[in-house]
Structures are given as C-alpha cells and as structure tokens.
Design a protein around this ligand. Sequence first.
Ligand code: KG4
Ligand code: ZN
Length: 366
Amino acid sequence: MPSIHQTKIKTNKNLTILSIESSCDDTACAVVRSDGTVLAEQIYSQKEHVQFGGVVPEIAARAHLSHLSTLVKKTLTQAQIEWEEIDAIAATCGPGLIGGVIVGSSFAKGLALAQNKKFIGINHIEAHALTVRIPNISPLQVNFPYLLFLTSGGHCQCIHVTNVGEYHRLGGTIDDAAGEAFDKVAKMLGLSWPGGPALEALAKEGDENAFTLPRPLYGRAGCDLSFSGLKTAVANLLTDYENTDTLPRQLAADIAASFQKAITTAIINRLENAIKMAPDSTLLATAGGVAANQYLRKHLLSLAEKYNLPFIAPPMNYCTDNAVMIGWAAIEILHQAANSHKIIDDISLLPRPRWPLSEMSERFEN
Ligand code: KG4
Ligand code: ZN
C-alpha cells in the first residue's frame, strides 16, 4: 500500500476512528472505538433517487457532496470529543460508484491532512466482512475463520474470512446481485424502489407455490450464483400485462412469493456447497441489504443448524451500508498492522471502482 505519511500511531490502545461511507446511496459518518463503542453515528439515505426507481450514480455523487460536510459536523458534535482524541480518519476507497467514493475519500483525506491524522482507505466489502466482529453486535465473539454470505444491491458473494486482510472469495454472482434481482422484479410488479422490502411485504399475501420458477445453478458444483434467468422467467409471466396498474394484486403477491422462494432456494443450495468448500468455518454470517429479508434469514438459520454452525446476522442498520463498519474495519487493520510491525497510512491511495478482496493482504506483507 502506498504510504507517504509515516507518523506513529498508538495501536495497542483503544483507538478512536472517524469514518465516512459514500460508495452507493447512503452518506454516512461515525466515530467508533476499538471496544466497539459507537460514540456517534449519522446516516443520510439519499431520497434523490426515488423518482428514478434506482440509484443514479451522478446524482449520488452530487448528493454526497451536498450532505457530507453537515453530516460530519453533526457526527463530531454528537460524539462530544476533541480532535486530539481521534487517532485516524477512515473512508471507503472502493469498490463502489466511483463518483461517491471520490467525494467521500477526498473529503476524509482533506480532514486527515488538516488535522494531521492518518488516513485509512477501506475496502467496502472488507468492511461488510468484518462487521460481525464488532464487539456486542453478535451474541457470540466471532473468531476466524468464518463464512460470510454478502448480499446487497451491488454485491453477492460467499467469502471465507480467515483473518484480517485474508478474504477468500469462494463464489459469487455471475450476473445480477440478489438485491438487484429483488429490485427489478419489484419494479415489474409495480412496487416502489427500493423493491426488496416492498416485495417481501407483498409476498406475505401470496402463495409461494403458485409458480415454479427456475432456481439458477441449483445442484451444480461450486457456489457461484446467477439471477438473470429467474428475472426473465418473472418477466415472461407478466407479458399479458402491459402496465402494472392492470396487474391483479393477488397475482402480483403470488409471483412475489414464488420469486422469493426460488431465489432463496437457489441461494441456500449454493451456500450449502460453500460450507462444504470451507469446512473449518466456525459460523455462518450474513450482511448486506438483502440480509434484511426474514424469509431468507429463516432459511439461512436452518442451513447453519443443519451443519451445526451458529448463524449470525447483524442488526439491520449494520447489514446495510453504514459508517460504523468502515471505522471498525480501520480498527481491525490498525491492530493487525501493529501485530505485523507495519505503519499504515493510505493518504496516496486512489479511489477504486473495483478492488478485489484478494489484494487486501498486501498491506501486511513485507
Ligand atoms: O446493502 P444495501 O443497503 O446497499 C447496497 O446495495 O450496497 O442493499 C440494498 C439492497 C436493495 O437492492 C434492496 O432492495 C435490498 O437490499 N433489500 C432487500 C430487503 N431490504 C433491502 N431485499 C430483499 N428483502 C428485503 N427485506
Ligand atoms: Zn454495501
């Protein structure tokens, strides 16, 4: 990792991190400590996209720019701490919508330079992967190795987490992310964006066995996922309805329930393979917006129980994008760096739209 700012950092103490997240449509800021205390947390979920029925990258970047400075000020006021108490400033540097990532990381770097703090650039997926380790977030202490199913609007992958910086992608979607599939099917059914929660609510009124929809890659080796065929199958059920106003509610509910069953069955089948691919996993964890889905959670819990694994799903506000996970990832990285006698400062790290997890061990290498 590039490093031009080699100031010392106290890594054996309770670190305090100011963190920023801006990789999609949530502008978020937090102050987090090594013992898991969240001193302050602010989030603005951008409403600017609702009229477009999906996140518009350019609008997201501009919205981050408009809201970030106020949000950071509010967070600092809420935390009631002085700058001297902050050890480092962390921000998402990728992967994500690059405009937003540039806004958040540049803002954080500016603050770091002005306040003479270290800047830690965080991989957004790494932050999701480490969230279950935040003290007090889970009923159990989460030790390595564990298996994470990350499922959001932009990402869908199975990760074997063996240490800080060591993330092995066992498989992932070869087309849409699961959240994207929920959102697109919800749109076909005339539901408002974001579609996932609305689809789950509608599915409760429907018959999940009304339609047999494809379960992509079911029974195949490996744990890759695919959802585009399932989405097309739903579109084919709706060819008689030119606009959603004419779609009978019960039919929409039956389709929603059948879709939710099909996507869940496919995911569980793929994850069963992932468990077999990483037999040393001590637990199954999930994260990402789709992990809010109660139907999916119920089936993930049953799968974990089948293999005698605890199942951990963080509270919803830490499943979806947030800045606490960014601050926590920085804490894990700084402690790990101290163990490997490394000094980390990412002030010259450039924002990245893509940033494979396999590169995250580089910062601890000699
Ligand atoms: O993690 P997240 O907040 O943002 C990113 O995409 O990074 O995830 C948002 C996604 C959206 O696609 C949304 O429709 C989906 O999570 N989602 C759900 C549910 N709640 C949110 N999908 C299915 N069921 C839900 N209850
Ligand atoms: Zn995310």
